[in-house]
Ligand binder design. Structure first.
Ligand code: BGP
Length: 471
């Protein structure tokens, strides 16, 4: 029996603000990312910070051909990337798109198609146009729904017949934890009320449903996915208090996908809003729009965490946007993210049982420090066995979810298939790639690309459709 279905979409994933660079080239307007200081998950500065590595990324804007050729050499069937909204609508609220911005993505998409790589496009990956952020306070304003509608309509029309797979908001549940990154909101989190947060969520949900509706109208072949930060929680102990805390902790994170996948607010969310006296600024037609559900659920998965009723009693865990308490049974990465391959099988089952719709793992991987060798060994310049082990072990669990549990998994795109600037720390040294990029945390480096050992390993995995993975 085969481990993976024959049409399984193997590939990699990146985001515009972490790779492209060229932050103000050919009409691009600034995005919220361009105003972040070093160590990204902090309050934005008032001016562009020249030391922010994301401004120049890995210069993929000028090197996309070489990079896609390397992806093709590994045998990628799919490449997930995001379109920078402010390249298409530099301020975000214009009527007419920036033709030069569109031309860049024409070339990028054509290059993928030339190599038989299916593009998987994220509309909004933590890169709201800065103007929308300062003028409207980002997704706090309903006006963004109209601007987003214009943006997605432009892309659906332009790439009809070329792009089939789309994601609306990257890690939509991040808005609870980091509203600047997830929703372009300038107001500091501590000054946002709960009502504000639910409003931000509602606005994004309506915009996402509208995108699904428009995408299906423009081309019924389009498959539009929800994208959630996979936060897998275990109770820290079997005490029922910890179990209930775990259930409640997971709710806000699942609430948004529940709406995107089912078409209505779940009862626990309605009760939560009643209890907290939340009054949404909504229109009756919003709730009809929400019935436009996503075709599949995609998610990122890096780690699991534990939840306790009294978290103070335990050592705190680390993560990119949110943390729980440490699991005593798991090892962790150099950045303290706890590694849990079996958690991926559990997560796949949990989502599939909940929604009964296809799943797509669109982010998974190990951020690690790599050592570039002067001379290649068997063609590679980085001996990254740790990355191979991480991915191998996670993919084995994916194959179990498919084979033993019957979960419908469309594909797997490894995060940061080429080294890129970290979202949460803005470092280059937190590397995920199969391809090493010569750029350092201080911005120096030639930007030259080098193959790692994992490059050849992943090529083999794809070539054998997963049969080369080892248990
Ligand atoms: C996800 C984001 C990505 C990405 C990844 C790894 O939350 O969608 O953009 O970067 O996490 O995180 P980091 O770059 O902080 O290691």
């Amino acid at each position: 029996m085969q481990r993976f279905p024959t049409d399984f979409l193997w590939g990699g994933a990146t985001a515009a603000n972490q790779t492209e660079g060229a932050w103000n080239t050919e009409g691009k307007g600034p995005s919220i990312q361009d105003y972040l200081p070093e160590g990204a998950i902090k309050a934005p500065s008032a001016t562009i910070n020249e030391n922010n590595l994301k401004l120049n990324g890995i210069d993929m804007y000028h090197r996309y051909k070489e990079d896609i050729e390397l992806f093709a050499e590994m045998g990628f069937k799919v490449y997930r990337f995001s379109i920078a909204w402010s390249r298409i609508f530099p301020k975000g609220d214009e009527e007419i798109p920036n033709e030069q911005g569109l031309e860049f993505y024409d070339k990028l998409i054509n290059e993928c198609i030339k190599h038989n790589i299916e593009p998987l496009v994220t509309f909004s990956h933590y890169e709201t146009p800065y103007h929308l952020s300062v003028t409207y306070d980002g997704w706090k304003s309903r006006k963004l729904i109209t601007f987003f509608e214009r943006y997605v309509t432009t892309l659906f029309k332009r790439y009809k017949g070329k792009v089939k797979y789309w994601l609306t908001f990257n890690e939509i549940n991040s808005l609870w934890h980091f509203p600047y990154m997830g929703a372009g909101v300038q107001t500091p989190k501590e000054n946002l009320t709960n009502n504000d947060l639910f409003q931000i969520a509602h606005n994004e949900l309506v915009a996402s449903a509208l995108a699904v509706k428009i995408g299906h109208e423009i081309d019924p072949e389009n498959k539009i996915g929800s994208m959630v930060l996979g936060l897998t929680n275990y109770p820290r102990t079997p005490h029922p208090d910890d179990m209930i805390a775990t259930m409640e902790n997971g709710r806000k994170n699942m609430m948004l996908t529940d709406v995107q996948m089912r078409g209505y607010y779940p009862t626990y969310a309605i009760k939560m809003m009643e209890r907290e006296n939340i009054i949404l600024d909504s229109k009756p037609e919003d709730f009809d729009l929400l019935k436009n559900t996503c075709d599949f659920l995609s998610f990122s998965y890096y780690m699991s965490k534990c939840i306790a009723k009294n978290p103070e009693s335990y050592e705190k865990g680390k993560g990119n946007l949110t943390t729980g308490v440490k699991n005593p049974y798991l090892k962790e990465s150099e950045w303290g993210w706890q590694i849990d391959p079996q958690g991926l099988r559990y997560t796949l089952n949990m989502y599939y049982e909940r929604y009964q719709k296809p799943l797509f793992i669109v982010e998974n991987g190990l951020g690690a420090k790599d050592q570039l060798q002067d001379q290649p060994i068997n063609g590679y310049y980085v001996e990254d066995q740790y990355r191979i082990d991480y991915l191998n072990n996670h993919l084995i669990e994916v194959s179990k979810a498919i084979q033993l549990d019957g979960v419908d998994v469309l594909g797997f795109t490894s995060w940061g298939c080429i080294d890129l600037v970290s979202a949460s720390t803005s470092q280059m040294s937190k590397r995920y790639g199969f391809i090493y990029v010569d750029r350092n945390d201080d911005g120096t480096g030639t930007l030259k690309r080098y193959k790692k050992k994992s490059f050849y390993w992943y090529k083999k995995v794809i070539e054998t459709n997963g049969e080369s993975l080892t248990e």
